[in-house]
Design a protein around this ligand. Structure first.
Ligand code: GDP
Length: 530
């Protein structure tokens, strides 16, 4: 099935997606099984290491130290049947919503994993809202059906109610908890049986002729079969049938019931994203839309990870390719600096190890090691000056002043802060009057992570202190009015790491005053990175 018949086959077979879930729902386990079936078994241990590292703060710091692990798990590619899957990891911590938002700009779909006993949890809801901002198609996996879970209709109702999306059952579970046997595949009329003895084995799959097929009686006890028939009949009456268009537009989510730890339902989910898509999607630039079937190679940076090796201050920029056939050694135009860049050692995230990429296609994620030239939002093209839109920077919600404990290290601190700002790990503002820096983040935990990283990676012990400001707004607009505003409010003004002016205050009243006094200028809580 193909929604863009003109796509080159190599691009049409790519599926680039993320997994969203509440902690503990089973994202790590599901990822492991994807890799297992995708032939990348060795990877499982690494994913696990990362999943568990996230659980406590000190372990989280350890993970941050151990950049290698988090990087190799940031993007993972694997093949299954005729498809190439690119799974982009969403940051594990609920604080990092801006990171998450940007990660989701690099994918075409998301898998939402929920725990069958818990339903839609807070973090799921938040991440779902971010997906909705981009109308991302969402496939739902209701996990842990081998445990006591809630009534299936109740779970579906909850998703429909809380997330305001149509839910269409792709499979229907047979039994629950200890009685869980498997599922009826409603899209393909098959019986899928779970193998409890071998957790890594793909379930047995039996082709059926509808729910009256006598084969069902051989495998399912009478009472469970009667219940299955009754429930599926009700489901067909009460719930919408799967509509691919509605799914691709983000209005409907198909739901599979399974058990990741038992490898059950995983294969069907992979088939689902493979068969129903979406294929690599277009991206928006200020100048025009960029389509995946364009011949030329075009892509954008959605994430930067610095200091993977603290001895060398190099970084990896994660690039989502939008179109074209990329080959190693290619020269691409770095649009922001207007300079060509030879991409000589791009990295693909295949299987267990990072590998040098000889080629990649629209839809793929490649890593490009660099010394800081590549920043989030940057476009790479074959010469055309395109500026990618829709990758915003959000005003931070918490501000603190930062100071090196050793005043002699001020200059070094500036360099470290600028690198973190470019990586997107924090906002850094330099006040126009006075010295020092104001750091802005979304969640309080980020201050601690930053302090620990600045000390670890740069050897500079720092102190965060309360700041006199609580809000930051970018000053947008041209010409005289902007200059006037800046000159009349110097004590409120700072510059961000790009040198753009930012208005800092602790009073909404101040913001209202400026908006009233300078109608030609906008105070914005977001800034487009491009
Ligand atoms: P994450 O926090 O979303 O990455 O969740 P994990 O994949 O680490 O899983 C959380 C816990 O649930 C782990 O102890 C898993 O072994 C367990 N788990 C995952 N999938 C299943 C499942 O299908 N059934 C049961 N019973 N436990 C599961």
């Amino acid at each position: 099935m193909s929604n863009r018949p003109e796509l080159p086959p190599e691009i049409a077979r790519r599926r680039t997606f993320a997994i969203i879930s509440h902690p503990d729902a089973g994202k790590t386990t599901l990822t492991e099984k994807f890799l297992l079936f995708g032939g990348a078994i060795q990877m499982a241990g690494q994913v696990r290491a990362k999943g568990e590292a996230r659980r406590t703060r000190s372990d989280f710091m350890q993970m941050e130290k151990d950049r290698g692990i988090s990087v190799s798990a940031s993007a993972m590619s694997f093949d299954y049947k005729t498809f190439r899957y690119n799974l982009v990891d969403t940051p594990g911590h609920s604080d990092f919503s801006e990171d998450t938002y940007r990660t989701l700009t690099a994918v075409d779909a998301a898998i939402m994993v929920i725990d069958g006993a818990k339903g839609v949890e807070s973090q799921t809801q938040k991440l779902f809202e971010v997906c909705r901002l981009r109308d991302l198609p969402i496939l739902t996996f209701c996990n842990k059906m081998d445990r006591e879970s809630r009534d299936v209709f109740e779970i579906i109702d909850e998703i429909q109610e809380n997330l305001a999306i149509d839910v269409s059952p792709a499979s229907w579970p047979i039994g629950i908890g200890r009685d869980f046997l498997g599922a009826y595949d409603m899209l393909n009329d098959r019986l899928e049986l779970m193998d409890r003895a071998d957790r890594n084995k793909v379930a047995e799959s039996i082709k059926l002729e509808g729910l009256d097929d006598p084969k069902l009686e051989e495998h399912i006890p009478e009472d469970l079969l009667a219940k299955l028939r009754e429930e599926v009949e009700m489901a067909r009456e009460l719930l919408p049938a799967f509509d691919r268009q509605s799914f691709l537009e983000g209005h409907m989510t198909p739901i599979w019931f399974g058990s990741a730890i038992n490898s059950f339902g995983v294969k069907e989910l992979m088939d689902g994203i493979g068969n129903y898509g979406p294929e690599p999607q277009p991206a928006n630039a200020a100048e025009r839309q960029i389509a995946p079937d364009e011949k030329k190679v075009q892509g954008f940076v959605f994430k930067v990870q610095a200091n993977m090796d603290p001895k060398h201050r190099d970084r990896v920029a994660f690039v989502r390719l939008i179109s074209g056939h990329f080959e190693r050694g290619m020269k691409l135009m770095h649009v922001r600096s207007k300079k060509p860049m030879a991409i000589s050692s791009p990295v693909l995230f295949l299987a267990a190890d990072r590998e040098l990429a000889d080629e990649a296609w629209g839809g793929d994620i490649i890593g490009i090691p660099n010394h800081g030239q590549l920043r989030i939002g940057d476009a790479l093209t074959e010469g055309e000056m395109l500026h990618i839109t829709g990758i915003p920077s959000f005003a931070p919600e918490l501000l603190q002043a930062v100071r090196a404990t050793d005043p002699m290290k001020g200059k070094h601190l500036e360099k470290a802060l600028m690198q973190f700002a470019e990586e997107g790990a924090a906002k850094v503002f330099k006040p126009m009057i006075g010295s020092g820096f104001i750091v802005g983040v979304v969640g309080a935990l980020q201050f601690e992570v930053l302090a620990s990283r600045i000390e670890l990676e740069y050897g500079i012990p720092v102190r965060f202190e309360p700041s006199q400001f609580t809000s930051a707004r970018w000053v947008l607009g041209n010409g005289d009015a902007k200059e006037k505003l800046i000159n009349a409010n110097k004590q409120h003004m700072a510059t961000d790491n790009d040198g753009d002016p930012v208005f800092l205050t602790r009073l909404q009243w101040d913001i209202d005053r400026v908006v009233r006094d300078y109608p030609e200028v906008t105070l914005s809580a977001t800034k487009e990175l491009m």
